[in-house]
Ligand binder design. Sequence first.
Ligand SMILES: [Zn+2]
Length: 172
Amino acid sequence: MPEREIRIYDDPILRMKARRVEDFGEHWLPLIEDMYITCVIDEGIGLAAPQIGESIQLLVVYIRRGEGEEPFKLAVFNPEILSAEGECTIEEGCLSIPGIREEVIRPEKIKLTYQDYQGETYQAEVDGLLARILQHEIDHLYGVLFIDYLPSVKKVLLKKALKKIAAGEPVE
Ligand SMILES: [Zn+2]
């Protein structure tokens, strides 16, 4: 069960639309486990498959809870946002864009449909942190990064830092 290497900005796979999963089954479990482990080691709260080089519609959520409590884990295939409501500003970061955290405005509440590894379909209404993580990770499946939402003035300011990240240099 190895940790997977994270694809870093501006790897082209992060800008591709990931393909839908049609072949469900237990053969996905090792990849899902690798994604959870990658979240643990890299201290992420969510990860999309393209971030580890797999261009498929799969993401995981991994939220740590209190000591002695199991983390909240969720593996989501083929998610689709059906509706969105409200608006809130939350600071976001991304394992693929290390060292950068910025406030992003997104809907507060979403209704979505998705499938599990067995192809079972679910519908859920979520808000708060979970809604935020899901929106960020679903974006990854369409080649969208959180920095795309920043005002252009901010983007200009980040240009240098993004260049460093793309070159594999640390950003403070
Ligand atoms: Zn991300």
